[in-house]
Each structure stands twice: as structure tokens, then as C-alpha cells.
Design a protein around this ligand. Structure first.
Ligand code: G3P
Ligand code: CA
Length: 312
């Protein structure tokens, strides 16, 4: 019996809410299928992910869609379907298109729009398949449907993308997201949902002005006093439930930096991003070796990965 299976059984017996380590499917099983498609989410679900991630952006008519970039250039056929609709910088922004327009786009494996070449050459081929963008509501219905048919309780992990930018564009992404979460029954810290964002001010706003009572995770990209000082960590622990730092902040080679221990000392969970088998730090034999190190030696509570089967 694997350690993970054993810990799931013990957690179940104790009534604990969270699987440990918590496997978060980053944009679905995006190492195998085009990111954020329902096919990638279904595969991640079948591979045993505990949470499925949704990056959220808004359309012109205020529909929340599951899409990583605020532009559509690198993951859809927008350039051939809507020539002339790009902004002066050459990019096609989701917020300039209605949901009716976006729902007709084909989703493609991520590529470089300048060269047409795959970003990850060993993954699913670019241009193959008939995949579509989904709304946040559609994806939640899909996951809740699978939860009903399987009896599992796989969670959601929505990310508020570029909240300040959306407001400059005249739209309030967080408010739109909270309306959808409320409609589908996500409201408290007992519900299987983590809301994540890189903008700490937006997380504070979600907690206070917008009254979100569920779990929050602060994402960080590089060095920041919010994580680097104990005062910073104590301060954010009053607002958020966990942190999502880049993996580089967890360890240098096989030597943990101490961040996980310091975060745990103030009651914060640690869910770093993103374990990709194509991008392992030096000194690790393969993705499983890195996964074992992160979860058993560095003691992260969970992690984002493009390969949810890696913990199996
Ligand atoms: O949300 C965790 C991780 O996904 C943050 O990076 O750019 O992939 O959304 P990104
Ligand atoms: Ca994300």
C-alpha cells in the first residue's frame, strides 16, 4: 500500500478534510492534454487529483471563463478566426470578445504565436483535437457531476487573474467569481475550494470588503517581505490560509530554505507551483524523486503539478 493511500485512509478515519499531500492539477492534467480543457480536467480527476485549478478571466460581456492568459493568442485559433480584432500591441484580449465569440474558438496546445511552435514539444500536438474554452460555471458543473457519479469530493482551486487590470478595464473579477461560487455552494472553509491570487491587496479585499469566508491562498513569484520576514508571515496569516510560492522558494537543491517550517509556525499551508517533469532542478533523478523530496523532506502540504499522476 502506498504512503499516500495509507494517509488518505487515516485522514478519512479521522474525519480530516484535507488529503496530504494535496495534489492540485495545474490547469488540469496539462502535461498530457491542452490546458484548461474539460478533457484535461477529466484526466486529472481520473489520475486522482484532489483539486482542479481554474485560472479565471472575464469576457467583454462579463462571463467568467477558465483561461490562463488575459490574451487568447497562445492557446486558441483566435488570430485566424478574428483577424483585425487585436489591440495595438498585436494581442487578442479575451475582454474584447463576447462569450458567444469565444465559445466558438478552438483551444490548441500552448504554442508561441510568433513561431507557431509548441511551448512544450513533448506534450500533446499543437493543432490536434476539437477542444473548447469553458465558463467557470460549466467547469464547476462538470466537476460536481463527476463528484456525484464517483462519490469523491474533488475540489476547485480558482485563481483571480489580474484583478487590478480587470478593474482598469471596467470589470470586477472577484465579485463575478464570488457570485458563481455562492451559486454552486462554495462559501466556507469546510467547502472544497481555495481561492488564490498573486495580488495581496485583492485577497484583503476579498476577505473584508467582499466578505469571502472560504479559504484564501497568496501566490508569490519571487522575493517579498510578506514571506521573507516573520512579521510579514504573521501579518498575512490573519488574512489567508496558505501560501503558493514558486518552487524555487522551497529549497535550494536538496536543502530546504526554511520557508515551509516558518509558514507552518504561523498556521499557513504551503502549496508551491509548478512541478513539471520537463523542468526539474539539478540533482533530482525524475519527477517522482522531486515529488518525494518536496512532500516528505521539505514537507509541503500540497503542490500544483501539470502531472497529477506523479504522486501515485
Ligand atoms: O496558481 C498557481 C500557479 O498556477 C501560478 O502560476 O501563472 O501558472 O497561474 P500560473
Ligand atoms: Ca494559476
Amino acid at each position: 500500500m502506498s504512503l499516500r493511500l495509507l494517509s488518505l485512509i487515516i485522514a478519512g478515519a479521522l474525519g480530516a478534510a484535507e488529503p496530504s499531500p494535496t495534489i492540485i492539477a495545474h490547469r488540469g492534467a496539462s502535461g498530457y492534454l491542452p490546458e484548461h480543457t474539460l478533457a484535461a480536467k477529466a484526466l486529472a480527476y481520473a489520475q486522482g487529483a484532489d483539486y482542479l485549478e481554474q485560472d479565471l478571466v472575464l469576457t467583454k460581456d462579463g462571463v467568467l471563463i477558465v483561461q490562463h492568459d488575459v490574451t487568447l493568442d497562445s492557446t486558441t485559433d483566435v488570430a485566424t478566426r478574428f483577424p483585425g480584432r487585436q489591440r495595438a500591441n498585436g494581442s487578442f484580449y479575451a475582454i474584447d470578445f463576447t462569450w458567444a465569440e469565444i465559445r466558438g474558438l478552438r483551444v490548441l496546445e500552448r504554442f508561441n504565436p510568433k513561431t507557431g511552435k509548441a511551448v512544450y514539444p513533448r506534450r500533446f500536438p499543437v493543432g490536434v483535437g476539437e477542444f473548447r474554452i469553458n465558463t467557470f460555471a460549466e467547469e464547476i458543473e462538470f466537476i460536481q457531476g463527476l463528484n456525484k457519479s464517483t462519490g469523491r469530493k474533488v475540489g476547485i482551486y480558482p485563481e483571480v487573474k489580474l484583478a487590478a487590470w480587470h478593474r482598469q478595464e471596467g470589470q470586477d473579477l472577484s465579485k463575478a467569481m464570488l457570485a458563481v461560487l455562492a451559486r454552486y455552494g462554495y462559501a466556507t472553509k469546510e467547502d472544497p475550494c481555495y481561492v488564490q491570487c498573486f495580488e495581496y491587496a485583492e485577497l484583503q479585499r476579498l476577505r473584508s470588503e467582499l466578505g469571502w469566508k472560504g479559504r484564501l491562498v497568496l501566490l508569490t513569484g519571487g522575493k517579498t517581505p510578506l514571506l521573507d520576514t516573520d512579521d510579514g508571515l504573521q501579518g498575512i496569516a490573519k488574512v489567508v490560509d496558505g501560501i503558493g510560492p514558486a518552487l524555487a522558494a522551497i529549497a535550494e537543491g536538496r536543502k530546504p530554505t526554511g520557508l515551509v517550517e516558518r509558514a507552518h509556525a504561523v498556521g499557513l499551508k504551503v502549496h508551491p507551483y509548478t512541478l513539471r517533469t520537463e523542468a526539474l532542478p539539478k540533482g533530482f533523478a525524475d519527477g517522482r524523486d522531486y515529488f518525494r523530496f518536496l512532500t516528505q523532506e521539505a514537507k509541503v502540504d500540497g503542490l500544483f503539478t501539470d502531472f497529477p499522476d506523479i504522486g501515485r
